[in-house]
Write a protein that binds this ligand. Structure first.
Ligand code: CMX
Ligand code: CO
Length: 146
């Protein structure tokens, strides 16, 4: 079951400047940062709120580490802006299989590693009314590192 919005993914060309914009304008503090070479991104998670099930909502700021990555290609074509929406799930494997059974293309055979040791997969934007959609199962809170 999809239970919450986990994050909104925003593509940017200068991660540090964009983090500073979110801090100075809204007061959202940097919660976590990492490089994910498989996804080709340097990313920052800004925590917006926590929920009683241990999940949370974030803004995920994404700067490409290479031009041929998903975010690099998207930035070159569109400029900065909202890149994807991510829904939180208790079980990304089971939820993505049942979504696949409905005829939506799931991009990965098996979920991969996402931010803060979460497990993630993506649904093709052309099957989701133009929205690149991510499904996320968070790691237990104790596994989070910064
Ligand atoms: N949102 C909506 N539509 C998108 C899109 C996006 N983010 N990215 C691409 N598209 C559309 C394009 O506009 C294009 O449409 P048209 O054919 O109508 O012009 C079509 O999809 C194909 O675009 P493309 O530039 O050729 O891109 P690719 O097919 O090579 O890749 C996708 C698209 C979704 C398969 C790829 O971006 C992908 O694998 N994404 C998942 C991984 C990812 O995004 N990682 C970064 C985030 C990591 C994280 O969140 O942790
Ligand atoms: Co994401």
């Amino acid at each position: 079951m999809l239970t919450r919005i986990d994050h909104i993914g925003i593509a940017c060309s200068d991660l540090d400047a964009t983090v500073e914009f979110y801090r100075a304008t809204y007061g959202f503090e940097l919660f976590h940062t990492e490089v994910n070479e498989e996804q080709g991104v340097r990313e920052a998670m800004l925590r917006i709120n926590g929920t009683s099930d241990g999940g949370a909502s974030y803004i995920q700021l994404l700067e490409p580490t290479r031009e041929d990555s998903a975010v690099g290609k998207w930035l070159a074509r569109n400029g900065e802006g909202v890149h994807h929406v991510a829904f939180g799930s208790e079980d990304v494997g089971a939820d993505s299989e049942s979504i696949r059974d409905k005829g939506v293309r799931v991009l990965y055979e098996e979920p991969r590693r996402g931010s803060m040791d979460s497990r993630i997969t993506f649904l093709h934007p052309k099957d989701c009314h133009g929205v690149l959609t991510e499904i996320v199962t968070s790691a237990p809170a104790s596994a989070k590192t910064s």
